[in-house]
Each structure stands twice: as C-alpha cells, then as structure tokens.
Design a protein around this ligand. Structure first.
Ligand SMILES: O=c1ccn([C@@H]2O[C@H](COP(=O)(O)O)[C@@H](O)[C@H]2O)c(=O)[nH]1
Length: 286
C-alpha cells in the first residue's frame, strides 16, 4: 500500500486506528476454544466486527510463533483474510546482518503479503536496508518504545563526532542527543516518508512534540493506548500532521473487551469509541 493510498483510507474512513491481533489461545472465549482453528476463527470474527472502525491490523508474530506450525498457519490465514483496504503490520521486530535481514524481508513481503514489518534499528543501516528495497512495502523502525525499559538505552544521553568531508576538508561535527534521536536522524537517510515509519509509544507523551519535530512528515505507529494507559488525546494533539501521520494501535483493550460470546460485538464497540474520537481530531485538521 502506498502512502497516498493509506492517507486516502484514513480520511475516507475518518479513523487512524490499528487493531492489534495479539491472539493468545488461552484468552480465547470458552465457546470457541474447541474450534479446530480457534485462533483464526477468533481473528476472523474480530476483523469482521472492527473493519469499519480501523485502517490497519497489527499481527504480533510472537503470539503465533509460540504455537509452532499451527500458530504460523493461523498467522498466514489471518493476514490473507484482511482486505486490501486495510494496512497490515507484521510486528516481528526483526533486524540482523544484511543477508539475514534479506531473508526476514522475503518472509514477510514475499512468502507472506504483509504491507509492513517492524524492525529494530540497533544493528544499523545494513540491517535495515534490505527491508526498504520493496516497492509499496514499509519498514517500521523502533524509535522510542512504550515500555519502561526504553529508559535503559533509548533515552540515554549520547554524543559522537563523525568525521565527514565538507568542501574537501575533514570535519567532525558533534552530534548530541538521546540515543533514540540518533535513530530518527540517521534512518531518514535510509528510507523515505513513503516507505519508513517509526514506532513511538503512547506512554511517551512528553516526548511527542519533540519527536514530531525530528520527523515532521513520517508516519508513526503508536502502541500503548488502552492496556498500557497512553492517552489518545495527548498523542493526537501533539503528533497529528496534515496527512494524519499516525496509526494508533490498541490490542488487548479491543480484542479482549469481553470474555463471552459477545466478544466481537464488544471489540467493535471499543474500536468504535476510539474511531469516534479520532474522527473529531481529523476533522479539526481541516
Ligand atoms: O513500543 C512498543 C512496541 C510494540 N508494542 C506492541 O504493541 C502491542 C500493544 O498491545 P496492548 O495490548 O495494546 O498494550 C503489543 O503487540 C506490543 O508488543 C508495544 O506495546 N510497545
């Protein structure tokens, strides 16, 4: 899906909600557990119920990989079931030396039809570039994550002097900032606004304005509303841009809204509430 198509879907539907399919077989409602393909059946009903309220689905591969072959089959059936009006994200947080990243990119973009994959930046340019070589596909780079451990490395104060040649003279301009800021600055030389997004956790609201200034036009994938307590209002006020620029994800708050037979209806109700709020923020942009 191209950027223009994504933006069109967002404004047509009036929502930038991403539904997270973090499907844990132990949390599937009792009445579905005995189904031979319980994970896919659960996902299918969630997708059918929430389609009108969202523009994207994020499949966190961990929940499927944990189930072995059966889980991977459920993942594949799920991504193939999502209509091409909706942006698909493999939340796999991959990244390795170049030839290995090439295989990861093939897994998600060729063997599977995902629009995007999340990638960890810390092995540097050669570990990320293989994902960026696919027309119409997106790399979503971990920027500032939503978890408490973001403080361990991403928020460290850093500085470095890089030797570069300017007009035939070697200079070493000093670059300073938090480690995650280096990621935002460097990665914009690797990819473009049309194939690179960043993950920014909704729990990092204090940093949102500064991060938007670092990457004014890029899309951000924002997990952390709902179960992790991030505020949709804060994120939207600080980081929406003229083309929306946000995909806000909620997983548990939507898919586990009810443990009963009404789980899909309740999921739709919560997704509808998020979408209703998003519509008002999008209208305020006009
Ligand atoms: O910084 C990050 C990066 C990824 N995630 C993922 O998003 C969802 C959030 O699930 P909720 O149930 O809505 O909390 C999950 O798949 C995480 O692995 C994140 O939370 N933070």
């Amino acid at each position: 899906m191209t950027r223009a198509q994504l933006v069109e879907q967002i404004f047509q539907k009036g929502t930038y909600l991403c539904v997270g399919l973090d499907t844990d077989p132990e949390k599937i409602p009792d009445h579905l557990r005995s189904h031979p393909d319980a994970v896919f059946e659960f996902n299918k009903r969630i997708i059918d119920a929430t389609l009108e309220h969202c523009v994207a689905y994020k499949i966190n591969t961990a929940f499927y990989e944990a189930q072995g072959l059966k889980g991977w089959e459920a993942l594949e059936r799920t991504v193939r079931y999502i209509p091409d009006t909706h942006f698909t994200i493999a939340d796999a947080k991959r990244g390795d030396i170049g030839n290995t990243s090439t295989q990861y990119a093939k897994a998600f973009f060729e063997a599977l039809p995902f629009n995007s994959v999340t990638v960890a930046p810390y092995m540097g340019a050669d570990s990320v570039k293989p994902f960026l070589g696919y027309e119409g596909k997106w790399t979503i780079l971990l920027g500032l994550t939503s978890n408490p451990g973001a403080r361990d490395f991403e928020l460290l104060d850093c500085s470095r002097s890089t030797d570069i040649l300017v007009d035939g003279v070697h200079t070493a301009p000093k670059e300073t900032g938090k480690l995650f800021e280096f990621v935002f600055r460097a990665a914009q030389h690797w990819g473009s606004e049309g194939n690179l997004m960043f993950v920014v956790g909704a729990t990092q609201a204090d940093a949102f304005r500064q991060i938007r200034a670092l990457a004014p036009n890029h899309f951000f994938l924002v997990p952390g509303v709902g179960a992790q307590g991030g505020s949709l209002r804060d994120i939207s006020e600080q980081a929406l841009n003229a083309e929306c620029g946000l995909l806000v994800n909620a997983s548990r708050a939507i898919i586990y809204a009810s443990e009963g037979e009404d789980f899909a209806e309740e999921a739709a109700a919560i997704a509808g509430q998020y979408a209703f709020e998003m519509k008002s923020y999008l209208e305020a942009l006009k």
